[in-house]
Design a protein around this ligand. Structure first.
Ligand SMILES: *Cc1c(COP(=O)(O)O)cnc(C)c1O
Length: 463
C-alpha cells in the first residue's frame, strides 16, 4: 500500500508546483477522460497501473480550481497544512460518528468548532455541526429553525413532521441564495416558501415591507434569513436590522454567511457582519475562504440543544441516544457516519492562527480593490457595484455593441473556453455581468492583472 501512496506523493510535488503557472483548464486534456471509462473490470487490474492512470488523467484534465486563477463561483484553495491534514484524515479513516467510533475525531471536532466560534467572535456556548457544504449548513440551520418553529406551535417536527402545521413563513431579501431554497425544499417546506422583500432589481432588502409582512402574521412565528455576502457582488443584508426585527417579532434569525462570515476576521470589514451574534443560526463554508479541501461547511447554532432535538436519532438499541455520554456529533447534525473533516480545519487554524487567516482575508480585500481599479481604468469595462468584500461585479461595454447582455454572455463563455483564467457570469440588476471572486490563498496581484488582460484581449477579439 505504501508504494501506491508513494505514487500519489510523487505526483503531488509536480502538480502543486505547477498550480501557479498552469491554465485553469486545458481543453485538449479532456480527451483523456475516455481512459477512465469502459465496462466494469471483471477481475481488476494492477493497482499501481490504476493509480498511475488516475493520476496521469487527473493531473492533466483536472480543473486547477485550487490554483490562483479560478475566480468562478466562490472557490477557495487548500493551504499546505489543510491538505496534509486531509491526507491524514484519509490515512486514519476515522468515523466521526460518535465518541465510541473515534474519541480522537470527536475531540478534534470539538476543538475545531471551538476555534471557529473564536475566529468569528461568537460565544463559547453556541453549538455547531461540521457538514459537507454551506448547502448542508443551511439545511442544518433551517432544520433547527423548523424544529423551533414547530415547537412554537406545540408540535415536535422531528417526531411528527409538518402535517399538522400551517406553512412555515420564511422572509428574506432578494439576496437569498439558491441553496437556502434548496434546504427548504429538502426540509419539506418547498423552495417557494421564501417571501422575498426586495426594494429593487439588485435584491436589496425592503425592511418596511418585511415589517409589514411580519405584522400581517399577527404573532405567528416566522424565520428570517439574512444574507451575509451575496454571490453577485458580495453585498450584505443589514444583519443588525434583521436581528432587531427578529427580536421584536419573536422570529428565528438565520444568517447565510457562506463566505461573508469571514468579513468578521478583519476590522476593515467586521462592521458588515455587525449583529451576527444575535442570530440563532449561521451557515458558512470552510472549503471557500478557510481554504480547506472539499467537502467542508459548518453550521453554528446559538441554542446547542436544538441541534440534538432536530437531528437526534433515538430508537436503535445498538446506537447511543442524544443524552448518552458516548454519543457524538452524528446526533447533532444531518449525517451519521462521516469522515473526520475536522482535521484540515484544525490543522489550518493551528498552523496559521487567527492572524494568518486575517492576513489572508485582508490580502484578498486588497486584491479585490486592485481588480476594481483595473476595471475602472479600462474604458471598455464598466463596474456595476461597490466592492465591499472579495467579489468584483462588472461587464464589458465596448463602443458600438448594441446587445451588451449577449456580448457579455459570449465573453463569459469565451473565458471558460480559453481556460487561462476562470470567472462566471450572472445577471445583476437585469444586466449580464462577470463576477470574479477572490478567496484563494495563492492568488497574487499578477494573477489579477492576468485576469483583466485576458478579459480585455478576448473582448477585443469579439468585436
Ligand atoms: C457557496 C454558497 C452557498 C452554498 O455553498 P456550497 O458549499 O456550494 O453548498 C450558500 N450560500 C452562499 C451565500 C454561497 O456563497
Amino acid at each position: 500500500m505504501s508504494d501506491l501512496l508513494g505514487q500519489v506523493h510523487a505526483a503531488a510535488g509536480a502538480y502543486l508546483a505547477s498550480l501557479s503557472g498552469r491554465a485553469v483548464q486545458d481543453p485538449a486534456a479532456l480527451s483523456l477522460l475516455a481512459e477512465l471509462g469502459g465496462p466494469l473490470p471483471e477481475s481488476g487490474g494492477d493497482p499501481a497501473e490504476v493509480i498511475e492512470r488516475l493520476l496521469r488523467v487527473g493531473t492533466a484534465a483536472g480543473t486547477a480550481s485550487s490554483g490562483p486563477r479560478f475566480f468562478h463561483f466562490v472557490t477557495g484553495g487548500v493551504t499546505p497544512a489543510a491538505l496534509a491534514a486531509d491526507w491524514t484524515a484519509a490515512l486514519l479513516d476515522q468515523n466521526a460518528f460518535s465518541k465510541i467510533s473515534s474519541p480522537f475525531a470527536h475531540e478534534v471536532e470539538t476543538v475545531a468548532l471551538g476555534w471557529l466560534r473564536d475566529l468569528f467572535g461568537l460565544p463559547e456556548s453556541w453549538g455547531g455541526a461540521l457538514v459537507g457544504s454551506a448547502t448542508f449548513a443551511n439545511f442544518t440551520s433551517l432544520g433547527c429553525a423548523t424544529h423551533w418553529w414547530g415547537f412554537q406551535h406545540g408540535i415536535d417536527t422531528a417526531a411528527d413532521g409538518l402535517a399538522e402545521l400551517p406553512r412555515m413563513p420564511v422572509l428574506s431579501s432578494g439576496y437569498v441564495h439558491a441553496s437556502a431554497r434548496k434546504a427548504l425544499q429538502m426540509l419539506g417546506h418547498g423552495r417557494n416558501a421564501v417571501m422575498v422583500c426586495a426594494r429593487d432589481g439588485v435584491g436589496r432588502i425592503d425592511l418596511g415591507l418585511m415589517r409589514r409582512h411580519l405584522d400581517s402574521l399577527k404573532g405567528a412565528p416566522a424565520v428570517l434569513i439574512a444574507n451575509a455576502g451575496e454571490v453577485n457582488a458580495g453585498d450584505f443584508d443589514p444583519v443588525a436590522e434583521f436581528a432587531g426585527l427578529a427580536e421584536e417579532f419573536g422570529c428565528w434569525l438565520h444568517v447565510d454567511g457562506a463566505f461573508g462570515l469571514f468579513a468578521a476576521l478583519s476590522p476593515r470589514t467586521a462592521p458588515l457582519v455587525d449583529g451576527i451574534d444575535r442570530a440563532h443560526s449561521i451557515a458558512a463554508d470552510a472549503h471557500k475562504w478557510l481554504n480547506v479541501p472539499y467537502e467542508s461547511g459548518f453550521a453554528l447554532v446559538r441554542d446547542q440543544a436544538r441541534l440534538g432535538a432536530a437531528f437526534g436519532m433515538p430508537g436503535a438499541a445498538y446506537l447511543p441516544g442524544p443524552g448518552d455520554p458516548a454519543s457524538g456529533y452524528a446526533l447533532y447534525g444531518p449525517e451519521s457516519s462521516r469522515r473526520a473533516r475536522s482535521l484540515p480545519i484544525w490543522a489550518t487554524l493551528a498552523a496559521y492562527g487567527k492572524a494568518g487567516h486575517r492576513e489572508m482575508v485582508e490580502r484578498h480585500l486588497d486584491l479585490a480593490q486592485h481588480l476594481a481599479a483595473r476595471v475602472d481604468a479600462a474604458p471598455e469595462l464598466e463596474r456595476l457595484a461597490d466592492v465591499k468584500l472579495c467579489i468584483v461585479c462588472f461587464r464589458a461595454r465596448p463602443r458600438g455593441v448594441a446587445d451588451l447582455d449577449d456580448f457579455n454572455r459570449r465573453l463569459g463563455a469565451a473565458l471558460l473556453q480559453d481556460g487561462r483564467v476562470y470567472a462566471g457570469t450572472t445577471v445583476y440588476d437585469g444586466r449580464v455581468a462577470l463576477r470574479p471572486a477572490i478567496v484563494n490563498w495563492r492568488t497574487t496581484e499578477a494573477d489579477i492583472d492576468l485576469f483583466v488582460d485576458v478579459v480585455r484581449e478576448l473582448a477585443r477579439k469579439m468585436i
